[in-house]
Write a protein that binds this ligand. Structure first.
Ligand SMILES: OC[C@H]1O[C@H](O[C@H]2O[C@H](CO)[C@@H](O)[C@H](O)[C@H]2O)[C@H](O)[C@@H](O)[C@@H]1O
Length: 570
């Protein structure tokens, strides 16, 4: 097996990105987000998106074509000539209506065959109102399941939707397709609700994506040609922990190697500090043009810049920010004024070494080592262990600040840490990164840091940052995946004050979600306001979305973990 394609030598020979690559001031020609000159770039896309027919730019790029692409392009040519290159809004609307159908018809509702009415975790919830809440969350899975219509498989070029063989769980609302990192928390919820067959199918979809594209895309549309936080390997770990199905792991080990290799090949960067070189991963999507699903927003932002090189750099950074899953956040802003001050036009996502992504890679290397060792592939297991050791060393050498007692993102251009609060600062603890090989000591420093950061002051959970930027991944929003990784990190830290804090934070989050649910005719939101208890979050480039996959998964996990302690929820 293995060393033929994941061995040290092969991987180490892969090209590494340097911060100087493709920074040609005259403007390098970067490719567009995908090959489709209807959905990803070109005059048709520009004309329709800039006509502002609907509020949400994602609506158009999700619509299927009513005719084959060549016919649609021919019709567009005729339409542009007939309108002398300046169609009115109503003419453009008519062109769209004649050539594109409503979005959503390519997906059918799907009720998982392994869905059950009363999964066992409900029995462990003491509070009757919370138990009822858990039951209603389990019901919501039936509304988020989708099966892709075979017409997508048979006529792929007429859709932006990517065909996958097994049904999916969507986040909800405008997000009618699968999303990469969302699925980690969705699968946690499904496993607790005992839907093992469905989970296996959804993991297989992602493996299928890797075989086809070499990576798991941000979401299930052709315009999402970037990845998202690499959580597939932890998904497989959760699945095998729940089912003991090692045959599945053995069958797909090569594909998981490939997923790991994608990040090592395409997303690494060397950082020079005190005369030494440290290897890290970063988010970096070197494709130009506006994001098709937010075309108008990106286009207007770029209009404030002058040169092609500046615009390319902005477009790349916007897509790199989207790849982080934190789209968008002051976390990625770098301006000359002060740390994180500025706005979206100051986005420099690919110049930041993200502490969370590097913690995920460390964790993935450890999990991959354990998978390989399970099958006695000792050489390849050692290879992954070597990567894990390298990442442990680099994370602690460059990202740890001993005075503050935590890890931080690193700004490559300024050569310094970004010391603002973000929950992601503590994710190395989640990945079992320790300082001085002492887990308890590490946890105690992180707990002190959380207290001193001011992030524990809020009744509704941990804020995404302390910055009121108006972006959705900032104050006062709290997001389910961040609450979960913080709670999980503290819970398994082997240090009692951390475990108490974990229960406290989980309770705040459950209370916030529960109250909002009852206040809103039983709705789960994609994000919440942590300043109060019972209100959804806001900000960013689209209206708050309901559904909602990862919010459900995280509450189910917290109810299953702490259901015997949580009371007083009437
Ligand atoms: O359309 C704008 C952006 O929407 C997505 O991002 C947000 O929703 C995702 C699904 O819940 C979530 O994974 C992401 O963290 C959110 O910021 C999409 O992922 C972006 O790529 C897209 O530009």
């Amino acid at each position: 097996f293995v060393l033929s394609h994941v061995g040290n030598n092969v991987l180490r020979k892969q090209p590494r990105y340097s911060k100087r690559v493709n920074r040609d001031q005259n403007g390098t020609d970067y490719p567009p987000p995908c090959d489709s000159d209807i959905y990803c770039y070109g005059k048709l896309l520009h004309t329709v998106q800039m006509a502002h027919l609907v509020q949400d730019s994602k609506t158009f790029v999700d619509q299927k074509m009513l005719h084959p692409p060549d016919v649609v392009k021919q019709n567009f040519g005729t339409f542009i000539s007939a309108t002398l290159g300046h169609p009115t809004k109503e003419q453009t609307r008519q062109f769209v209506e004649e050539n594109f159908g409503q979005s959503g018809t390519e997906l059918e509702s799907w009720i998982p065959s392994d869905w059950t009415e009363s999964p066992r975790f409900l029995e462990g919830i003491k509070d009757p109102d919370l138990r009822q809440y858990g039951k209603e969350l389990n019901d919501i899975w039936k509304t988020l399941g989708r099966k892709i219509n075979p017409e997508v498989r048979d006529n792929e070029d007429m859709f932006s939707l990517i065909y996958v063989p097994n049904p999916v769980m969507v986040p909800g609302g405008r997000f009618t397709e699968f999303y990469y990192w969302d699925q980690y928390w969705i699968l946690k919820g499904l496993l607790i609700c005992e839907m093992h067959i469905s989970v296996r199918g959804m993991i297989e979809n992602f493996l299928h994506m890797i075989s086809r594209y070499g990576y798991v895309p941000n979401g299930g549309r052709i315009y999402y040609s970037r990845s998202q936080p690499p959580m597939l390997i932890p998904m497989v770990k959760d699945y095998v922990d729940a089912t003991g199905n090692w045959t599945f792991v053995r069958t797909h080990l090569d594909t998981l190697d490939k997923e790991f290799r994608f990040w090592m090949t395409n997303r690494t960067i060397d950082v020079l500090k005190d005369g030494r070189t440290f290897r890290f991963v970063r988010y970096n999507n070197e494709l130009t043009g506006p994001r098709p699903e937010s075309y108008r927003e990106d286009f207007y932002l770029a209009e404030t810049l002058h040169t092609k090189a500046e615009k390319d750099e902005l477009f790349i950074n916007l897509k790199s920010g989207a790849e982080s899953g934190w789209d968008f956040s002051s976390r990625w802003f770098v301006s000359d004024e002060a740390f994180s001050a500025g706005n979206l036009k100051d986005i420099k996502a690919r110049d930041i070494i993200p502490v969370d992504l590097n913690a995920f890679i460390y964790n993935n290397a450890k999990v991959m080592a354990s998978f390989h060792r399970q099958f006695k592939f000792h050489e390849s297991a050692n290879y992954y262990d070597d990567i894990a050791s390298e990442w442990l060393h680099n994370i602690n050498s460059v990202l740890w600040n001993d005075t503050r007692g935590c890890w931080f993102d690193y700004d490559v251009q300024k050569g310094e840490l970004k010391t603002e609060f973000y929950p992601s600062n503590i994710f190395p603890l989640w990945a079992n990164v320790t300082i001085g090989n002492d887990k308890k000591y590490t946890a105690s420093r992180v707990v002190e840091y959380l207290h001193s950061s001011g992030a524990l002051r809020f009744p509704g959970g941990i804020p995404t940052s302390m910055e009121h930027s108006g972006e959705q991944w900032d104050f006062p929003n709290g997001w389910a995946p961040l609450q979960h990784l913080v709670v999980d990190a503290l819970d398994h830290a082997g240090y009692l004050p951390a475990q108490f804090l974990a229960v406290d934070l989980a309770e705040r989050w459950v209370r916030n979600n529960y109250r909002a649910f009852r206040n809103s005719n039983n709705t789960m939101f994609e994000k919440y306001d942590v300043q109060s208890v019972g209100a959804p979050g806001g900000g960013g480039e689209y209206e708050v979305v309901v559904g909602f996959g990862w919010s459900n998964g995280v509450i189910i996990d917290f109810l299953s973990r702490y259901g015997e302690f949580l009371t007083g929820f009437v």
